[in-house]
Design a binder for this molecule. Structure first.
Ligand code: B3K
Ligand code: ZN
Length: 882
């Protein structure tokens, strides 16, 4: 396998101006004809060989300027077709290939899903369709003619506008599509098959009417209304917030059950896995509704951030993904509750991104090299945090100015992260020293803060120091630019007005047109820096990193009583939650130590009282309460330990949950009963918040495993009228092993066996369970008739779910590791992208005790020595063992 390096980037020697594709779809084979207008790519002109990527293709013919190319004029190997001496100047090239979509289980290139044809080309899948310069800086205008059997494939879709269609002999028909915008080949898409659509329309800000269609198998059409609502909201939001209007008269979304990722932003023809489009109150949870809103938004927003302005090369992935993830986060915040959304995003960052950033796969948001680009799509949230920091620094209007300049400069181009940085800085007449380090240094910075107050001079000082940990290939790090949003809270719990700060040898007066300032952003950019607040009348409690203003680990000298004070008083709701999380983490660490020393565990009453006060609050948002009473995840805690101890973390978290349930039982019961509702399901913040609180409390209660709460959970399960409550009750019931659990799981399966999306949830629930002996259960589920190794969603639910649950996966006898090792090898033969996601669960093996290390390492060694391993799995296994 070949490693590709950012430093080796070279502009293409040849440009493709137009690409006319023709597909003859067949059950046995599909013929692809590609006619390309080629022109020299550099000023000097060139006659260097033209190398085209290609994979799993059968070459039928090549013509240059209409003449068949003799076989001594080109070479073919398993990855390339090279035209040895292309003509000088502009020429036409026609390549005919044959492909076999029905055999393509990698779900990359052109493949079949439940009979229909579908494509997935990002990152480097277009080369499985035809020979091409498969790189994003080759942008062309495309047409696509699709021909196929009219009965089997009544619907024929591609990018852009439908300009012609008609019937052909032999029961066939065709459609001709034209995309007026230049695009890289990764945004090409084709869909053909038996689909029906929900149609709606949207009138853009300039008064154009856009037809919107969501395509699914007929029986699923009723489940597309929330997706359509989400799309229209996204279109409106992008106009209002960024002034970005949709640029074609048609926008299609297609739903396919078999899809490697969540969705794909192909120009005007987005493809989604079913889970992220189809929803009904009975069969989808609030979490599903929220995910649909976010991902429909995400793919739509790519039309400008990704498609109109794209990436020069795949190393720049964060340019489109970091920015678009940020945009979808903002969209969901604006439509829902900002604090709660921020909490959810930060939690994900901590449980997925931080561990990756501290392991063998750690890489800067702009990686320096890759073997398989697909392996670099899992850590995109940090890139979104980097974009968020521009907004924190420049404010909403400064950020908007930067975005405007970015589009003004780069519409229609394939650009780099520096181009984005330059647009942001130039639009704001700013320079952010050391900010670009975020793009090139891996690892999560730790910022230490110590504070002191001098009564005589009424000065409050914050001393900050930063440390970026070493990561593979990057032993030494430079300081980064870190925006630290700070407020000072007085002894009554109110924010103090901030008037001036002394730092860097100068005094900066804080003013906002005469309005008092309560939060300021410190520009922390050196290894160590001191910031002194003047005119501070009493010792404040600092509220640090408000809203989580930078993706770092904060280590402050706040005392426990400061933290309880912030939990009760901070005007920054995010930091109220954060204070509770820091307290919970401290508590968990001290109990883990007790557990490891075989001491009896006991819960600190201050913590119980703090949570009780939150639970009883009538002024706080209910979803916020649900988040605030939820303990940090086991993964998050293990990530912070020098030797991760899954047994101890599990025991401690279970102990705290149960103890809290015991001590807060009455409050929890009251929260469950008072948050029932007989209203019809609605996806709006108030209802979602109510259900979130009720379900969180029910889960606590169920941990008691007492007859009255079991009765309560059973009752909730039976009376639920929506999946959010039904599934939460099922989860509550299945916490404790025994007959009640078994019966409930069986009942649920019998009810829902016709709905593969609900069945996937049922798999996930059992996979993530920490009941004893669960490895064997999951093994058994692998043979369940509803499980299908070829369907990524089911694999993510069952196998992925299993790997995310510390107890069974990390079973001390190695049975979890052995299970995963075997599954990875099986999966790799079917779908390397999915297999590689699964094998990643091993990557942090060095974080565990020696016994576990040896067991996990043995599996990795077994995997890497297997015959015919994919590059995807090879890269992860190799880096994990390095
Ligand atoms: N851009 C796609 C992800 C493609 C992943 C390729 N392995 C979806 C998204 O981020 O919107
Ligand atoms: Zn994306």
């Amino acid at each position: 396998p070949k490693e590709i390096f950012l430093k080796d980037y070279k502009k293409p020697d040849y440009l493709f101006d137009t690409v006319d594709l023709e597909f003859q779809l067949g059950d046995e084979k599909t013929m692809v004809t590609s006619k390309i207008a080629v022109s020299p790519g550099n000023e000097a002109g060139t006659s260097s060989p033209l190398a085209l990527h290609g994979c799993d293709l059968k070459l039928l013919s090549i013509k240059i300027n209409g003449t068949e190319l003799k076989s001594d004029k080109y070479t073919v190997d398993p990855r390339h077709l090279t035209i040895l001496t292309p003509p000088a100047g502009v020429f036409n090239m026609e390549i005919v290939t044959e492909i076999y979509p029905q055999l393509n289980t990698s779900l990359e290139g052109l493949y079949r899903s439940t009979g229909n044809f579908c494509t997935q080309c990002e990152a480097e899948g277009f080369r499985k369709i035809t020979y091409f310069q498969d790189r994003p800086d080759v942008m062309a205008k495309y047409t696509c003619r699709i021909e196929g059997d009219k009965t089997l494939y009544p619907v024929l879709l591609s990018n852009g506008n439908l300009i012609e269609q008609g019937d052909l002999e032999g029961g066939k028909h065709y459609a001709l599509w034209e995309d007026p915008f230049k695009k890289p080949c990764y945004l090409f898409a084709l869909v053909a098959g038996q689909l029906e659509c929900r149609e709606d329309s949207f009138v853009t800000c300039s008064g154009r009417k856009v037809t919107l269609r969501i395509w699914t198998p007929a029986q699923d059409l009723p489940k597309t209304s929330h997706a359509m609502y989400s799309l229209k909201e996204a279109m409106k939001w992008d106009e209002e917030v960024f002034g970005l209007e949709y640029d074609l008269d048609l926008f299609n979304i297609v739903v396919v059950p078999d899809f490697n990722m969540g969705a794909m932003e192909n120009k005007s023809l987005n493809v989604f896995q079913s889970r992220l489009v189809l929803a009904s109150p009975e069969a989808a949870t609030d979490g599903d509704y929220a995910a649909i809103l976010g991902v429909i938004g995400h793919e739509y927003f790519h039309n400008w951030t990704g498609n109109r302005v794209t990436c020069r090369d795949w190393f720049q992935l964060t340019l489109k993904e970091g920015l678009t993830v940020f945009r979808d986060q903002e969209f969901s915040s604006d439509l829902g509750c900002r604090t709660v959304k921020r909490i959810a995003d930060v939690s994900k960052l901590r449980s997925y991104q931080f561990p990756q950033d501290a392991g063998p796969m750690a890489h800067p948001i702009r990686p320096l090299s890759y073997i398989k680009m697909d392996n670099f799509y899992t850590g995109l949230r940090k890139g979104a945090e980097v974009v968020r920091m521009y907004k924190t620094m420049f404010g909403a209007s400064g950020f908007r100015k930067g975005m405007d300049l970015y589009f003004q400069r780069h519409d229609g181009q394939a650009v780099t992260c520096e181009d984005f940085y330059a647009a942001m800085c130039d639009a704001n007449n700013a320079h952010l020293p050391n900010f670009l380090q975020w793009y090139s240094q891996a690892g999560t910075p730790t910022v230490k803060v110590t504070s002191s107050y001098d009564e005589g001079s009424q000065a409050f000082s914050l001393k900050l120091s930063q440390e970026v940990p070493p990561t593979p290939g990057q032993p030494m790090k430079e300081p980064m630019f870190i925006p630290v949003a700070v407020g000072l809270v007085d002894s009554t719990g109110k924010d103090m007005p901030l008037t001036s700060i002394y730092s860097d040898g100068r005094v900066q007066t804080l003013s906002n047109d005469g309005h008092p300032i309560f939060t300021t952003v410190l520009q922390f950019k050196k290894k160590e820096e001191e910031f002194i607040f003047n005119n501070v009348p009493e010792r404040p409690v600092p509220s640090l990193l408000r809203g989580y203003s930078a993706p770092i680990r904060l280590d402050s000298d706040l005392t426990e009583s400061d933290l309880y004070f912030l939990l009760a008083n901070d005007s920054d709701e995010f930091n109220r939650w954060e204070a509770g999380q820091i307290l919970a983490r401290k508590l968990m660490f001290s109990l883990v130590a007790d557990f490891q020393q075989q001491k009896t565990l006991a819960l600190n009453t201050k913590f119980v009282d703090g949570l009780r006060a939150i639970l009883r609050s009538t002024s706080l948002d209910k979803e916020f309460i649900a988040k605030a009473i939820t303990l940090p995840g086991q993964g998050e805690i293990m990530d912070m330990m020098s030797i991760a101890d899954p047994d101890a973390v599990h025991a401690v978290r279970t102990f705290i949950k149960k103890e809290l349930a015991f001590q807060l039982k009455d409050d929890l019961l009251a929260a469950v009963t008072s948050n029932r509702s007989s209203e019809a399901y609605a996806f709006n913040h108030d209802s979602v918040a109510r259900r979130a609180l009720k379900n969180t409390c029910l889960a606590y209660l169920a941990s008691l495993n007492e007859p009255d709460v079991t009765e309560l959970a059973l009752n909730e399960y039976k009376s639920a009228t929506n999946m959010t409550e039904q599934f939460a009750a099922l989860a509550a019931l299945s916490q404790n092993p025994g007959q009640v659990r078994e019966d409930a799981l069986l009942d649920f399966y019998n009810k829902w066996q016709q709905d593969y999306l609900v069945v996937s949830k049922w798999f996930a629930l059992q996979a993530t369970s920490d009941i004893p002996g669960n490895v064997a259960n999951v093994q058994k589920l692998l043979a369940h008739p509803a499980f299908d190794m070829r369907n990524p969603n089911k694999v993510y639910s069952l196998i992925g779910g299993f790997c995310g649950s510390p107890v069974s996966f990390h079973a001390k006898d190695g049975s979890g590791y052995k299970f995963l090792g075997e599954v990875v090898l099986q999966l790799d033969k079917i779908n390397p992208q999915v297999a590689s996601r699964m094998v990643s669960a091993f990557s942090r093996w060095r974080r565990y005790d020696e016994t576990r290390q040896a067991l996990a390492k043995a599996q990795l060694e077994m995997i890497i020595s297997a015959n015919g391993l994919s590059e995807n799995v090879y890269e992860i296994a190799l880096k994990s063992l390095a």
